[in-house]
Write a protein that binds this ligand. Structure first.
Ligand SMILES: *Cc1c(COP(=O)(O)O)cnc(C)c1O
Length: 398
């Protein structure tokens, strides 16, 4: 039989693979090791048959967890005040997992009208095709949630602050209503990032069942990783989610987990730094004659400011401004195009400040303002430079 490696080489290919060397144990570094695997090797058939993927007592297959992903899961659970975390390849996949794992034909899911847009699209698309109905409610009006709660309601989404329009709802009032009804409560906790408030804290009037987090945003902080998480504080609920997670094959890459583990230690510092600059900019915009409303929950006069104040001490570095409707959408777009430091692009919490214009009339069933809205996400540049950038770009409106 011929050996594809050929004969007579100095080193056998087999020896390079089945090498006898084992490095010494006890290597202590600040960052956890990055373990990469599809295959996990079992010592014998008994070990193969004894091990399963459902708990973290061992390893079965790369998709079902490695020391690196287990470590990241534990740290995200700690960050959020939860007990179990599942990792997914994006924040949107984390949202999808919740619906897929917990709903069946005939069930209804309730979603805030100001929720992250693709959450609503998932309900209108796949969930509707699978016989799962949905209704949207106004998160700023608990009676609007009460009006749509029904025996079919099995899952209620919350989001604080609202996507793009940044309204901060009275979470505890909404949670009380759903609790008396018995449906599960899922919160999109990307904005709060585990820093602004503790979603699981029953004493604060919260205590959601599920917290979903787009780790793509603050936990990454680098604008270079996509990942999501689903955190719970109830083992049976976690296992329901985990079973679907396993069957869908939604694993994450070791190098992406590594980047998250690298970024997590600075999460709190970055959150507070971007918060400080975000508030400075929002304050500056409040005095500008070109805008009719600045939307930032920490700003007095912004929708839900009182609810934010009761629950939070910090805010994400995100805010929106609504331009006076004497300016056309084209004029506002010209302002956005004239910005130099603020780049045009989706997502947030990275090092580069970002901006996106939105037309409220196509996003909300009852838009509160007629004008064009611009959402700003603060990066890590200096506040003075960012304000100067806004000021120079506004000159296109004169
Ligand atoms: C970005 C975002 C998501 C989705 O995260 P991806 O990782 O981009 O899929 C979900 N919810 C909110 C509030 C977000 O900002």
């Amino acid at each position: 039989m011929t050996d594809v490696h050929g004969d007579g080489g100095a080193v056998s290919a087999t020896a390079l693979i089945h090498h006898g060397y084992t490095p010494p144990g006890g290597f202590a570094a600040v960052q956890p090791a990055v373990h990469k695997a599809s295959t996990v090797i079992f010592a014998n058939t008994q070990a193969l048959h004894a091990r399963q993927w459902k708990d973290k007592t061992g390893y079965t297959y790369g998709l079902h967890g490695t020391p690196t992903t287990f470590t990241l899961e534990e740290r995200i659970a700690t960050l959020e005040g939860g007990q179990q975390t599942l990792l997914l390849p994006s924040g949107l996949a984390a949202i999808a997992l919740v619906g897929m794992a917990l709903l069946r034909a005939g069930d209804e899911v309730l979603i805030p009208d100001n929720a992250y847009g693709p959450n609503k699209e998932l309900a209108r698309g796949e969930l509707a095709r699978w016989g799962i109905t949905h209704r949207f409610y106004d998160a700023m009006d608990p009676s609007s949630l009460e009006a749509v709660l029904s025996p079919a309601t099995k899952l209620v989404w919350l989001e604080a602050a609202g996507s793009v329009t940044m309204e901060f709802p009275d979470l505890s009032a909404l949670i009380r209503l759903v609790r008396s009804h018995g449906a599960l409560i899922a919160l999109d906790n990307t904005w709060g990032a585990g820093i602004a408030f503790n979603a699981f804290e029953v004493e604060a009037g919260l205590g959601v069942d599920i917290s979903v987090h787009a780790l793509t945003k603050y936990p990454s902080g680098g604008a270079d990783v996509m990942m999501g998480s689903v955190t719970t504080r109830d083992e049976p609920l976690h296992l329901r989610l985990k079973a679907t997670h396993m069957r869908m094959g939604w694993g994450v890459g070791a190098n992406d987990a590594e980047l998250l583990l690298r970024s997590l230690p600075t999460l709190s510092l970055r959150y507070h730094a971007q918060d400080a600059v975000g508030r400075q900019l929002a304050g500056w915009w409040s005095a500008r004659p070109e805008v009719v409303q600045v939307l930032h929950p920490a700003l007095a006069g912004s929708p839900g400011h009182a609810a934010w104040q009761r629950l939070c001490t910090a805010s994400a570095g995100l805010f929106s401004v609504v331009f006076d409707d004497r300016y056309s959408a084209a004029q506002v777009h010209a302002f956005v195009d004239a910005l130099r430091l603020f780049k045009i692009g989706y997502s947030w919490a990275g090092p580069v400040s970002l901006v996106v214009p939105y037309q409220l009339s196509v996003m909300r069933s009852r838009p509160a303002w007629p004008g064009t809205l611009v959402r700003f996400s603060v990066g890590l540049e200096s506040a003075t430079d960012l304000i100067a950038d806004c000021e120079q770009a506004l000159s296109v409106l004169r």
